[in-house]
Design a protein around this ligand. Structure first.
Ligand SMILES: [Mg+2]
Length: 255
């Protein structure tokens, strides 16, 4: 088996690098070892409510140092999409962090004449906001979902409605299917691969979910590694899996 050496490791956050406010076992030492082996590390979350500063600060304060240029959330991906498509006016249905990502990119996130509706997790969702989204969509605005995660994990196994629940509401009333940015779509993984100037075959995505993290790896042409510290408790046959980040396989660290 002669596969390309790994030059980039993209970690999921929730259930992979940390659980709640605690790093997962051996996450910190795994990062040190990879950096010492000159393997680039990045952190990519489907969460749209966090800016690069938020993500870098949260990880670093847990003893998992990541620079602002080493983290990616779907709010940042949404801002990049607006720039790529030339959208300066959108209606964002989301947390303050999503609005901050868009504003930072020079995009009006609360436009009365939006070119796109960008929907993510939104704890201040109202009927009025859903209605504004619907009117924009039937008036020909593009529809972008930060992700389709139905629920969002909290401490002690509790869950709350995720972006997918809000996206589904807009989809139901408009009959329009969104363009999805988050995993399992390959967009984020592909952007990180380009940014690190490596190839997909030199990249591995490490995550706790088969249907998002590992699916995104497949869609981007990268390798996937399942870690059993999050929502998945056993590995299906044929899937590379480890119990925690202390057990990174030799094929990653072989330079
Ligand atoms: Mg996860």
């Amino acid at each position: 088996m002669s596969q390309a050496p790994i030059r980039l490791v993209i970690f999921d956050l929730d259930g992979t690098l940390y659980r709640g406010s605690e790093p997962t076992p051996h996450a910190a030492s795994a990062l040190v070892r990879l950096r010492e082996a000159r393997i680039a590390v990045r952190a990519f979350t489907n969460n749209s409510g966090a800016t690069a500063q938020d993500l870098s600060h949260k990880l670093t304060s847990m003893g998992l140092p990541f620079g602002e240029d080493e983290v990616l959330g779907t709010g940042m991906l949404a801002a990049d999409l607006c720039l790529a498509r030339g959208w300066s006016e959108v209606l964002a249905i989301g947390e303050p962090g999503l609005h901050a990502c868009l504003t930072e990119a020079g995009v009006d996130s609360q436009s009365a004449r939006p070119q796109a509706v960008i929907a993510g997790i939104c704890r201040s969702l109202t009927y009025g906001l859903l209605d504004r989204g619907l009117q924009a969509l039937v008036g020909d605005a593009s529809f972008v979902a930060t992700n389709r995660d139905a629920t969002y994990p909290l401490e002690q196994g509790r869950i709350e409605p995720g972006a997918g629940a809000i996206v589904a509401a807009l989809e139901a009333c408009s009959g329009i299917e969104p363009y999805v940015l988050g995993k399992p779509s390959p967009d984020g993984v592909t952007a990180l691969i380009r940014g690190a100037e490596v190839s997909p075959t030199e990249t591995v995505v490490v995550g706790d979910r088969l249907d998002t993290d590992l699916a995104a790896a497949v869609h981007a042409g990268a390798r996937g590694l399942l870690v059993l510290t999050g929502v998945t408790s056993s590995a299906p046959a044929g899937i590379d899996a480890i119990t925690d980040l202390g057990a990174l396989p030799a094929w990653i660290e072989r330079a």
